[in-house]
Design a protein around this ligand. Structure first.
Ligand code: RP5
Length: 169
């Protein structure tokens, strides 16, 4: 299936995509860190099973639209990151959403267990993973972007300096 090219002259380099609006409360943590690092991003709802054609069109055009990294959050059977990776060879970072029924173990196993040939870089369940996804994306972008490399180094330095030597005075 090939879609019409849908090219935008776009300034975004990261796409945060999620299977449902309900994932945004977790993935807005990704957005907050990307903002701090001054990385331009867009956010989209794309469901692998509810909007499969939207998924194909987005993935086929992502590289042409200058996207460098896709951060994809999904819960339950969580096939969104793997399906994106099947269509584009951009790096995909999969964020397993915490779920009511299985606490996100379902999402984690689904995302992390990609069969050989189509990899998805998988982070931790929920907010920790959402935040690490932003830092991981920054590391990839920093390979070719000195400004982002500087921002990421400064962020990590601040984190290091915030660690006290003792638990109490
Ligand atoms: C997945 O199903 C989404 O990524 C979400 O985590 C989960 C539940 O979706 P809703 O029922 O809240 O729309 O596709």
């Amino acid at each position: 299936m090939t879609f019409k090219k849908n090219i935008r002259k776009n300034k975004f380099i990261v796409s945060i995509v999620m299977g449902s609006k309900s994932d945004w409360k977790t993935l807005k943590k990704t957005a907050e860190i990307l903002k701090k690092l001054n990385i331009k991003f867009e956010s989209k709802i794309i469901s692998a099973h509810r909007t499969p054609l939207r998924l194909v069109e987005f993935a086929q055009n992502a590289k042409l639209n200058n996207i460098s990294v896709i951060i994809a959050g999904a819960g339950g059977s969580a096939h969104l990151p793997g399906m994106l990776a099947a269509i584009t060879n951009l790096p995909i970072i999969g964020v397993p959403m915490e779920t009511k029924s299985l606490k996100g173990i379902d999402s984690l196993l689904s995302i992390v267990q990609m069969p050989f040939g189509i990899p998805v870089g998988t982070v931790a369940i929920g907010e920790t993973g959402a935040k690490n996804a932003a830092l991981y994306a920054a590391s990839i972008i920093a390979l070719n972007d000195n400004k982002i490399a500087k921002n990421l180094n400064a962020w990590r330095k601040k984190q290091t300096l915030a660690v006290k030597h003792r638990p109490q005075k």
